[in-house]
Structure formats: structure tokens, C-alpha cells
Ligand binder design. Structure first.
Ligand code: M6R
Length: 620
């Protein structure tokens, strides 16, 4: 995915746009670019390969004046990351500049048509095709630019959020979206202030200036005028009524707050974030879960033949834990699907199926497509998202936000624990409606879930020194992570965290699967991380540890406080306080997040922006 920023008002646009790009850099960091119109009506486009800081360096001697501009940070899809393929893209006459997030699927066909009409292309991107198409529509229909945008977008197949500057009209920005997010910030609304507008792929470039926003809907086009007026139309040029909303994000949530990386900040934020996630959903006095999203649609859950949880990456790992819990607590069969696989099968969906979509960003293209497919086939869609107002949250018929605050590090940490907690709340809320748990067990589980934030804090306080210990593993080429039951998905998540930020190969397995093949990999060079709480299948996990030990593997374990048996067998131990089996993942994952963080730091990796990745994958 890419990030888009825009500004029109009375201030110098450059500073606002660059700051906005830094905030959106988590969305892509292959190249960055900016377009500005200065006081002489000159439209300049500056671009650089690499991070936003490279763009800043490259414009140091350039004219960056102007009170209107658009900017972009790219995660390459069409065309390698270089300056030519970076956005903004000029139109052929160089009167228009356009930035784009998404994919124009029919760009090849459109390009062929435009080539026949004499258009030439500098880049390999689908975006350049779009800006040329808009110019072609304007010329061939002799219409104004807004109409040309309508006409061009009607011919486009795919996803887009775009913003356009027109050299001939330095008093307006035109923007549009379909499938990729775009938010308009409305500033300068108080008496005596000059009107101004901001554009952002999310709220982070906007919140410093205004909390008044409009989330553009699919196939909406907005014209933002310097005089403070704005108009939203759909592709058929029918005027739409904007819904003004107040942002709930605060600026300090977007800063590192003294931590060297967002990831470390977000790991340490988890006790507080989960307290907010649980918030008023648990009535502490009555030890009861109240989830309006479930209560309002309880008939759907009471008659559900099964639940399908759809997700990708870390969210898929959280979904697996959700499956175990919902099946145990609410006695409904649960299937967990990779959204990217589900959407391209012809899955059997019954009208009494419930699909829960789990997504931090709420923008993951595969998850969005999967819920649209399930909805078409009659399933009831429930969203579990973090980003308020995101596409998946809006597409869902009901849902529960995880409310852990903005997650900026590309490696998901607090969103994972927020998702597991929310799925546990959902399981408890359904169990209450279905009466599948005794009052005693229900109350005990609610009470224990409520204690988890405190136990997370204990875990963080009692696992110091991982930074020193992690140094030893910088030269490892492989890691194995093992867990059983609820901790098997934790093993998968621990391995994913290590892979994505340190680039060390790691695999997660159900511990008992080892003997069916992977144990052949174990030798004195292989670190094996085992989640071994004194619960559930403890004795069996101890046997699995013995099997590895006797093949000279290095054991790093996560154990319950006071457990000496596994401690003695281990080369290194992380400790967690005791809790119910179903909530162990919420504690056990913390030292694994810290381990991957410190190994990556010791290897000198860019922890918050690992290579080839973007925070959410809004393209296929
Ligand atoms: O925004 P989503 O939760 O839908 O994103 C899904 C995955 O792309 C995401 O969890 C990814 O695996 C994380 N970077 C892992 O840390």
C-alpha cells in the first residue's frame, strides 16, 4: 500500500506534506514524492528513491514554496522502486500531477488505447496511465477537469485513492477513492481562521491540525476549494451529503514517546491498550461481558451453524486462538480461513453462517474481498478491526473494535493481543447468550480476562535483559517455535515476528508434530523456542523438550513463574504468571515479541520498517 497526503490553505504546504509523509511512511517506503504549485503558478514535482528523508535531501536546493500540494510514499506494485516510477506522475502536457494508492487492474488495455492516441509513457506504472487518461478525457470531451475525472474513473477497473493538482487552477485539489482509503480533514473553521483542507490515507497526517474529517466513500470524488467550500459527487456526478466526524486519535499516540522504535513502544503499551480494549465491555462488579455488537444480533449467533474467521498474517494467528476459545466456550464449530485462499475458492456458505473478519487496518484487500464474497452468499459479517471507519469495519454488518490505539510499527504487536482479547470477549458474549458455560466458569473466565492487563505488566517487568541475551542469536540462520493447544498459534506468531523484522528464517509448529519430520532439523546450532506453561498439556510439552534436548537443540522456554522442571532443561527461560489456558497466549507472546525485537536491533535491522513489507496490504 502507499500513503497519500494533500494540503490547500494559507500555510506553506511543504512542511505539512513532509510531516504527513513521515507519519504515513509505515504504509510504504520504496520512494517518495511531492508536487507543489508556487505563487507563479508553476507546478513542480520532486521525487526520490527510498525514504522520505531522501526526498527531503533531494529538494534542499529546490523551490518548495506554495500553499497547495500533494505527496506520496510508495510501496511498489507496478514497476521497480526508482525515481521514474515514484509518484506524483505528470500528465503528458505537464499541467496535471497525480498521486495514487491502489491498483488499476485494466491499465494495460487503457495504456494501449492511449498509445494509439499518441500518448507516451515515462514509467511502468498504472498510475501514469490514470493521469494520462484523465487528460485524454478532458481534451477529447472538451470538458472541465472534474468531469474528466468522473469519465476516466468510470473506465477504470481496480482500486484507487487519488489526489490531483492542476497547474491551471491552483485553488483546488480534486481527490477520489474506491477500495483504498482517503480522508478529508477540514480546518480553519473557527471565526477569524482561514479555511484549509488536508488529505490523508489515514488520520495521522491530519490530526495535528484538525479533528474534523470526512471519510470518503467508494466511488466518491471530492473537490476542495481554497475558499473553504467543498463538494462530493459520485461517479454519476450526483451530489453526496458529507458526514462530518470527529477523530478520536490524539497526537501523542502517533509519537515514539521516548522509545527508540514504535514497535518497542507498542509492546510496552499492551497492558494499557488491553485495559482500553476491555474497557466498559466487562462489568467488573457483576463480572459480566456486554458486547452490543453481539447483543444487537444475537439471533444470528444463536442460530449460527458455524463461524468462519477470515484474516491474514498476524490477524490469522489471533483468529486461530479465537477458534479454540469460541469452540470451547460457545460450542459453535469455527473454521479459520486465509482470506487470500477463501476469496478464490468457491466456498460453501450457508445463510446461517457468521463470518468474523479480523484485521488491524481494516483495509487488507484479501480480507475485504473475502467478506464481500461471504456477504453475497448470505453470511452475516462481523468485523474485528482496530482502525475506526476502515473499509472492513464499514462493510461489516456488526462488529467490535479492538481499541488498542494506532499501531505504527509494521510488525503487529498490540493489535495481536487486542484481537485475541476481543475474540475472547466475543466467545464469552456468545456463550452467555447460548448458556453454554456454567455461571461459575463464565464468571471465573470474565474475572481472569479482566486481570490480564496487570499480568501483562508483570510479564514485562519480570523479563528484563532480553536485549543482552538476544545478541547471542544474531548469527543464527534458523529458529523453531513450538507450542500446543492455545500456544500453537503463539508459536506461529513468535516465528513470524522474528522472520519479518530480523530476516532470520523461523518456523512455528505444534510441538507434537516435531517427531513427524521437523525434528530432523535439530542440532546444536538450532534454537528452539518452546511455550511450556504449567497448564493443559504440560507433561507432554516437557517430553517434547526432552526430545529436542537429546538432539542437542538449544531450548529457550516460556514457563510459568516457579516452574523449575522446565527451567532446568532450558538454556534460557522467560517467565509468565499463571493464568487459564485460554489466556496464556496474551502473556506468552510478550517475551517472544521482545526477543524478535532485540535480535533485529542487534542485527541492525530497520525494525519499524522492515524490507519489502508495508503495514497493511491493500493490493493483491
Ligand atoms: O491489517 P491486517 O490485520 O488485516 O493485516 C494483516 C497482515 O498483513 C498483518 O497482520 C501482517 O502479517 C503483520 N505485519 C505481521 O506483523
Amino acid at each position: 500500500m502507499c500513503g497519500i497526503v494533500g494540503y490547500i490553505g494559507s500555510k506553506e504546504a511543504y512542511e505539512i506534506l513532509i510531516k504527513g509523509l513521515h507519519r504515513l511512511e509505515y504504509r510504504g517506503y520504496d520512494s517518495a514524492g511531492i508536487a507543489l504549485i508556487n505563487g507563479n503558478r508553476e507546478l513542480s514535482v520532486y521525487k526520490a528513491k527510498g525514504k522520505v528523508s531522501a526526498l527531503e535531501d533531494s529538494v534542499a536546493e529546490k523551490d518548495t514554496t506554495g500553499t497547495i500540494g500533494i505527496a506520496h510514499t510508495r510501496w511498489a506494485t507496478h514497476g521497480e522502486p526508482n525515481v521514474v516510477n515514484a509518484h506524483p506522475h505528470y500528465s503528458q502536457s505537464k499541467t496535471l500531477a497525480l498521486v495514487h494508492n491502489g491498483i488499476i487492474e485494466n491499465y494495460k488495455t487503457l495504456r494501449e488505447v492511449l498509445v494509439k492516441h499518441g500518448y507516451k509513457f515515462d514509467s511502468e506504472t498504472d498510475t501514469e496511465v490514470l493521469v494520462e487518461l484523465i487528460e485524454y478525457m478532458k481534451e477529447s470531451h472538451g470538458c472541465d477537469l472534474v468531469r474528466a475525472v468522473h469519465l476516466a474513473l468510470k473506465n477504470v477497473v481496480g482500486a484507487y485513492a487519488i489526489a490531483i493538482l492542476d497547474k491551471n487552477n491552483p485553488n483546488r485539489i480534486i481527490a477520489a477513492r474506491k477500495g483504498s482509503p482517503l480522508i478529508v480533514g477540514i480546518g480553519g473553521t473557527k471565526e477569524g481562521e482561514t479555511p484549509e483542507f488536508f488529505l490523508g490515507s489515514d488520520a495521522t497526517p491530519i490530526i495535528e491540525y484538525t479533528d474534523q474529517v470526512v471519510y470518503l466513500k467508494d466511488e466518491e470524488i471530492v473537490v476542495l476549494n481554497r475558499d473553504g467550500s467543498y463538494e462530493i459527487t459520485n461517479l454519476n456526478n450526483v451530489q453526496q451529503t458529507p458526514q462530518l466526524q470527529t477523530l478520536q486519535v490524539s497526537l501523542d499516540q502517533l509519537e515514539k514517546g521516548g522509545y527508540p522504535h514504535f514497535m518497542l513502544k507498542e509492546i510496552h503499551e499492551q497492558p494499557k491498550a488491553l485495559r482500553t480494549c476491555i474497557g466498559s465491555r466487562i462489568n467488573k462488579r457483576q463480572k459480566d461481558v456486554i458486547l452490543s455488537g453481539i447483543i444487537d444480533h444475537k439471533d444470528k449467533f444463536l442460530k449460527a451453524r458455524r463461524i468462519i474467521i477470515c484474516a491474514c498474517g498476524t490477524s490469522w494467528h489471533a483468529a486461530l486462538i479465537g477458534k479454540y476459545f469460541i469452540e470451547e466456550a460457545a460450542h459453535i464449530p469455527v473454521e479459520v480461513e486465509y482470506a487470500s485462499e477463501f476469496r478464490y475458492r468457491n466456498p460453501v456458505i450457508f445463510p446461517d453462517d457468521v463470518m468474523i473478519a479480523v484485521s488491524q487496518s481494516g483495509e487488507t484487500a484479501d480480507t475485504l474481498a473475502a467478506i464481500k464474497l461471504a456477504k453475497e452468499k448470505g453470511a452475516f459479517i462481523y468485523g474485528v478491526c482496530n482502525v475506526i471507519g476502515s473499509s472492513i469495519a464499514r462493510e461489516a454488518e456488526s462488529g467490535t473494535y479492538i481499541h488498542v490505539g494506532p499501531e505504527i510499527g509494521v510488525a503487529s504487536t498490540k493489535a495481536f493481543t487486542g484481537q485475541v482479547t476481543t475474540l475472547s470477549l466475543i466467545g464469552l458474549a456468545i456463550a452467555k447468550e447460548k448458556k453454554t458455560l456454567s455461571d461459575e466458569i463464565y464468571t471465573m473466565l470474565v474475572d481472569e480476562l479482566n486481570n490480564i492487563p496487570e499480568k501483562m505488566q508483570w510479564t514485562l517487568d519480570n523479563n528484563k535483559g532480553i536485549d543482552n541475551f538476544a545478541q547471542m542469536f544474531t548469527y543464527c540462520k534458523n529458529f523453531i517455535y513450538l507450542g500446543r493447544g492455545y500456544n500453537y498459534p503463539v508459536a506461529l506468531e513468535g516465528a513470524l515476528k522474528l522472520k519479518e523484522i530480523s530476516y532470520i528464517h523461523a518456523e512455528g509448529y505444534p510441538a507434537a508434530e516435531m517427531k513427524h519430520g521437523p525434528i530432523a532439523l535439530v542440532d546444536e546450532e538450532m534454537p528452539v523456542v518452546v511455550i511450556a506453561p504449567k497448564r493443559g498439556m504440560y507433561d507432554k510439552v516437557v517430553s517434547n523438550i526432552q526430545e529436542i534436548k537429546s538432539r542437542k537443540g538449544k531450548i529457550i522456554s516460556v514457563v510459568t513463574e516457579g516452574d523449575e522442571t522446565v527451567r532446568v532443561l532450558s538454556d534460557y527461560c522467560f517467565v509468565i504468571p499463571d493464568t487459564r489456558d485460554c489466556f496464556v497466549p496474551l502473556l506468552a507472546v510478550l517475551p517472544l515479541q521482545l526477543l524478535s525485537y532485540y535480535v533485529a536491533v542487534a542485527k541492525g535491522r530497520n525494525v519499524d520498517q522492515p524490507r519489502n513489507l508495508a503495514k497493511s496490504v491493500t493490493v493483491e
